[in-house]
Design a protein around this ligand. Structure first.
Ligand code: SAM
Length: 331
C-alpha cells in the first residue's frame, strides 16, 4: 500500500514522463506542465496526441487532490522536483532541505505567535518549497505572501506548487535586487543565494556594495530584505557560516547593527551538509522600530543532528525557555 506522498509522487512522476516525451522538454518542465494540468483538471497542452491525452486523463482521475493534506502535496512535489534536479542540474538553485524548512517554520511560528495577520515574503523563492512549508505551519493566521525568483522555470514550479496547495502567493519573475513591487513584510524568509552578483550597476545602489570588484549577492539580499521589512518585522535567513569572516563582512556587520537587532543565530548540524565549508546557520533579525528592544541574550545554539531525538529534546527545551523569558511566548 502506497503512502499518500508516494501515491501523489507516482502521479506527478508518471504523467511528467508522458509529457516529457510528447513535448520533448526536460523532466522539470514536464513536472510544471503536469502540475498545471492537475490543478485545472484538464490536459492543457495542445500538442499532446489523443492517445496520450486519454492516458493522462485516466491517471489524473485516479487521484483527488482535495483528499491530501498540504504537507503531503508539498512533499510529493518536492520529491518530483528533486528527481528533476538530479537529471538537469540547476546551477544556482538548491531546494531548501526539508528539515531546515520545518525548523524555520517552527521559529517563525514562535516569533509571530501574537500576530493575527501577517505579510510573508521570500525574495529567493525558488520552487516555493521553503515558503509553502512556512505557510503550512502558520494555521489560523490571515496571510498575504510574496515570492520572487529570477529563474523563469523555478517561478513556474513555484506557482504550480502554490496552486496545488491552494496558497494564494503573489509571484514575481525578476531580479530581487532591482526595485520591488511588494508590500513591506512582517516576516522575510530567505535561503540566500550565495556568491557574486553580476550586475555592478544595480549593486552600486546598495550600501553593501563592494568597494572594488564584484559585490556579494547574499549581502545585497540582506540589505534589500531589510528595506522591505516593516519596523519590528522579523527576518529569517539561511546563511553560510562564513558570513562574518569574509573580506566584506565589516560593512555588513555595521549595516545589521544600524538597522536591526540580532535575535538569534542557530548553527545547523554539519552532518546536514556535504562539506564543512558548505555548512549553514539560521540567522534571525528584527528590524528596528518604536517598540523594538534587543533581547537580553540572543538565541544562540549549535543544533544537534535532527535524528538525535534526545539531544533535540534538550535543545528544544532551551529554545522554548528562551521564548518564555525573552518573548513571554509559552509552549
Ligand atoms: N528556498 C528555495 C526553495 O525552497 O526552493 C531555494 C532558494 S535557492 C537556495 C536560491 C534562489 O535564489 C534560486 O532559486 C535562484 O534562482 C534565486 N536567485 C539568485 N539570484 C537571484 C536574484 N538576483 N533575484 C532573484 N532570485 C535570485
Amino acid at each position: 500500500m502506497l503512502t499518500p506522498v508516494e501515491q501523489l509522487f507516482s502521479l506527478f512522476d508518471q504523467t511528467a514522463c508522458i509529457l516529457q516525451e510528447e513535448l520533448r522538454c526536460t523532466y522539470l518542465e514536464a513536472i510544471a506542465e503536469t502540475g498545471e494540468n492537475i490543478f485545472h483538471g484538464d490536459v492543457l497542452q495542445e500538442e499532446v496526441s489523443e492517445l496520450n491525452k486519454k492516458r493522462l486523463t485516466n491517471e489524473y482521475r485516479q487521484v483527488q487532490l482535495e483528499r491530501f493534506a498540504n504537507e503531503e502535496i508539498r512533499k510529493a512535489f518536492q520529491l518530483a522536483v528533486l528527481k528533476g534536479m538530479k537529471e538537469h542540474i540547476q546551477p544556482h538553485h538548491q531546494m531548501t532541505p526539508d528539515a531546515v524548512g520545518l525548523f524555520m517554520s517552527y521559529l517563525v511560528g514562535k516569533f509571530t505567535a501574537n500576530h493575527l495577520a501577517l505579510t510573508v515574503f521570500d525574495p529567493a523563492v525558488g520552487t516555493a518549497n521553503l515558503l509553502t512549508t512556512v505557510l503550512n505551519h502558520l494555521p489560523g493566521k490571515q496571510i498575504k505572501s510574496y515570492g520572487i525568483d529570477v529563474d523563469d522555470l523555478l517561478i513556474k514550479l513555484s506557482y504550480v506548487n502554490a496552486n496545488l496547495q491552494k496558497h494564494s502567493i503573489h509571484f514575481f519573475n525578476q531580479d530581487s535586487l532591482q526595485p520591488l513591487f511588494v508590500d513591506h513584510a512582517d516576516v522575510v524568509i530567505c535561503d540566500l543565494p550565495v556568491g557574486y552578483y553580476p550586475n555592478d550597476e544595480v549593486a552600486s545602489r546598495f550600501v553593501l556594495k563592494a568597494e572594488s570588484g564584484r559585490s556579494y549577492a547574499h549581502h545585497l539580499f540582506i540589505e534589500q530584505s531589510v528595506y522591505h521589512t516593516k519596523e519590528g518585522g522579523y527576518l529569517f535567513f539561511l546563511i553560510p557560516n562564513s558570513l562574518f569572516t569574509t573580506d566584506q563582512s565589516d560593512k555588513l556587520h555595521a549595516f545589521i547593527k544600524e538597522h536591526t537587532v540580532i535575535q538569534g543565530l542557530l548553527q545547523l548540524p554539519l552532518s546536514m551538509f556535504k562539506a564543512e565549508k558548505a555548512a549553514k546557520s539560521i540567522f534571525i533579525l528584527q528590524k528596528k522600530g518604536a517598540n523594538v528592544t534587543a533581547p537580553k541574550k540572543a538565541l544562540l545554539a549549535e543544533l544537534p543532528r535532527f535524528s538525535n531525538k534526545q539531544a533535540m529534546q534538550v535543545i528544544m527545551q532551551k529554545i522554548n525557555e528562551w521564548f518564555e523569558t525573552e518573548k513571554r511566548v509559552l509552549k
